[in-house]
Design a protein around this ligand. Sequence first.
Ligand code: ADP
Length: 487
Amino acid sequence: MPTPLRILFAASEAAPFCKTGGLADVVGSLPKVLRQRGHDVRIMLPRYQDIDQSRYRMLPLLPEMKVSYGGEVLTGSVLRCSFPKTDMPVYFIDEPGLFGRKGLYGQGHSDFIDNDVRFAFFNMAILWTLKGLDWQPDIIHLNDWQTGLVPALLKHHPEVSVDPFYAEMRTVFSIHNLAYQGNFDKFLVPSIGLPWESFTPDGMEFYGMASFLKAGLAFSSKLVAVSPTYSREIQSEEHGAGMDGTLATRSADLHGILNGIDIEEWNPAADAHIAASYSAPSGDGKAACKAALQKRLGLRPEPGMPLVVMISRMISAKGFDLVKEALPELLALDAQFFILGSGDEEFETAIAEASAAHPGRFASMIGYDVPLSHQAVAGGDIFLMPSAFEPCGLTQMYSMRYGTVPVVRRTGGLSDSVSPLTGFLFEDYTPGAMVGALREALDAYAGGKLAWRKLMANGMEQDFSWDRSAAGYESLYRELSQSGNSL
Ligand code: ADP
């Protein structure tokens, strides 16, 4: 039995505490699985206002933590609870002036203007807290730009970089989405006590800005993209979001590991949110879920009419400009639609108008609703995901597990998780290609129950659990913890 590792997961969101997207699902599930495999895994998050202290029995742990930022002293504290249904510690970095407000990154359509201070504080507090706890992880696993400064601090901060307490810690930086970069005014650099030598084109400088993401990419021991295809795509100019040069220089340290899903949370055989449970494509369970969804949404109660669902942030990256452009063609198809999501105003408006004009056939819900998202993957027949790019994507995997056949664009993690045996893929990012693939799916649906059930069954039988991917992370951690050389 190899020695267990000490692993800290630091992130800006984790289900069930706080969530805006797939990052939360990953941080809310991978650590649990690694812990089940015997490792000492813990999580660190910002303590946002909306996290219910009494529901999670959060208790004060470190009453006072002082972090200097730009000549000022910011005072925070640390709370602790156990991750629900486990004894895994979760630490919350609290600073009411920075996190005691509604929203994770912003309100409505705009970001908070002090996100640089908020997340710089969080990054410094992560390291300060480890010292306060006197807990030395072998691996600090970081996620997206909001945690990208940690490797820069470990490597370049005049106190941290020479402190033996941190000397053995190695960092893994997961790229969930390269499009969000955390680029701010360069005075961030001295504000967090970093020397200007960290602010170079092969360090954290990005077109004159100080980039949290680039700091993570440049200074972490290892990089992981959340699917093998995305790990290749981001090294190209087309998908590199300006970071392709940095990523190419780090290609020997860049790995692609497909995300898993929480198969307990997303389980059609035991899901408290849905109308009936089921574990096979045939039988009454899924049909009951479809009928309940149609009823809830005011769609016509037609069991044989294919129901196409989408659950997504309504932004171009998720293919909403295709959906908006193709609305007349979509509405001409012999199908019902349900779209759940929120995002850019132009898409929200177009979708809301389409559903107001076509009641009974085209439903939408502009907003964020977790129970309804479960009901939609259970009640739908077809799941549409026409992303322009997709680092991994989780909803297509949830759909397959619920026997809802995906129609997706062949990009990133969608190419790694959907095949012609389980769904329909299209290549070109055009409304025509999307509608063509959807037509193919509708033809297959109309063509015969047996063949359609086989597609559903193939999807339901896929193993999207974390076990496979957790082993990939484990060997990466192991390699690092044995590497000996600093960072
Ligand atoms: P991304 O992280 O790019 O948004 P993913 O497919 O990886 O995309 O993850 C999206 C997660 O957010 C899934 O768990 C999905 O169910 C959830 N989600 C997205 N939009 C909504 C919504 N409007 N209501 C409820 N859940 C949503």
